[in-house]
Design a protein. Sequence first.
Length: 552
Amino acid sequence: MREFLRLLKLCRPFGWRIALGVVLSVTVMLSNVALMAVSGWFITAMALAGLGQLMLEFFTPAAAIRGLALLRAGARYLERLVTHEATLSFIARLRPWLYARLVPLAPAGLRGLRHGDLLARIRSDVDALENFHLRILGPVISAAVASVLIVLWLGLNSASLALLVAIGLALAGMILPLIQRALVRKTGGQITQARAALQSESTDLTRGLAELQVFGAVARQAARVTRASARMVAAQRRQAWIAALFMALGTLTGQIMVLGALLLLIPQVEGQSLSAPDMAMLVLAVMAAMETVAGLPAAVSNWDSTMASARRIFELADRAPQVAPSPAPKAPQTPGLALDRVSFGYGDGPDILTDLNLSLHLGESLALTGPSGAGKTTILNLVQRFWDPRAGRITLAGVDLRDLSDRDLRAQIAVVDQTVHLFNGTIAENLRLAAPGADDAALWQALDLAALRAEVEAMPEGLETRLGELGARLSGGQARRLSVARAALQDAPLLLLDEPTEGLDRATQAQVMRGLAQLAEGRMMLIVTHHAQVLALAQKVIMLDESTPRSE
């Protein structure tokens, strides 16, 4: 129920569209019942008129039938238009809402989540919430309103018939769906978990295919995908069988309602307290009334899986950031970076860094080298404030990182990371992430500095070349150089380089080194590398290992 209330709160900006969708849906249901009822009355009356037993005014009911048919079709079209627009707007609002909560979490707050599971929450679980309005909220409210109105109208003609229909609609629309939910309650959560597991395993297989081939583990990972798929299909099959059974029971309930209506009304026709056309009208109205609750079994089927998806999303959104925002951010002052007696370790583990001191001033460059695990990349992460140190303080531009706003901190830093994040957009769009207002000339200049200009010029679409998902159209070395170009576009006084020439051949490495040397002019540069050639960029070098004192 907590997830339901939170989803309602997120839907509040679209409340008027949801309400309009409900009004249109109720209009469709009532017009359908009215169309069936008037048609039944008209056909029966026409038959009796043909036998000479009834005088009939033809034009009014014929016009009513045409009007109701047009009303039903028009309302159905508008209802689909409004409800789908509201649902798409809700999903479009939900994604940025979730991303805005993920940004402060990354990367420390997302530790322990597999990339595939995170992707499943962002994509599959968010997509699953389209059921909330289309298949749960809207149909339930519409069914309740339409059912009450139909029962009240029937009560004006026959109290016993209204009671019969009320019982039938309650059975088909409430009791049977609640029993169905009790049977599929676990299945909905199982489908959500199985879908997330399948997404995770499939992501690991596709994105880690090269590594899996190297270690001969492709078949094993493919088997994991198959097992995850089998679990999801089994849960879906069970849910489908139960849904089919209760759909049949709902149909049977409708047929029993029609039979009961006939048994109630035929004696009234025989006693001449009710005309034959009126009986046909009421019986067909009872038959059509079942449409009002036809969507409720699907709402019940989707309830648990939708709430499970909402629970996974809210669990992610409610995670507390590992670094708290500054309550009163200070403005950066004189450029400079300093780590003062910094100690740090991940989680509950031992300290990786102990009493580390280093300083960097404008125009200086410092390289960190040493074996893997010595803490080189950890220092870069601390400088970007992905984590806070256990002890000591880090200052940038004369201000403690904890006193800087995130926006001010990011404006002071340009990063060339080992993992280059590229989006399925054009080269120009990926470059302008660093400088949204940069013109094409500035982009070409940055590519020239990164030794990538000639290759981009050789592409048929140049700067407008689309990179594909995760930059699939670029090699690893090209992606790294695009990251260098992006850093060159960012007017930041501190440049962080994490293995900037990894994956480059000697000639390209030399070109990138020259570009980085130009880029370092007038900036501070902190480099992490294993390569001796890259150390030539630095004025000072610190070797990190367990036995080396952690100070300059």
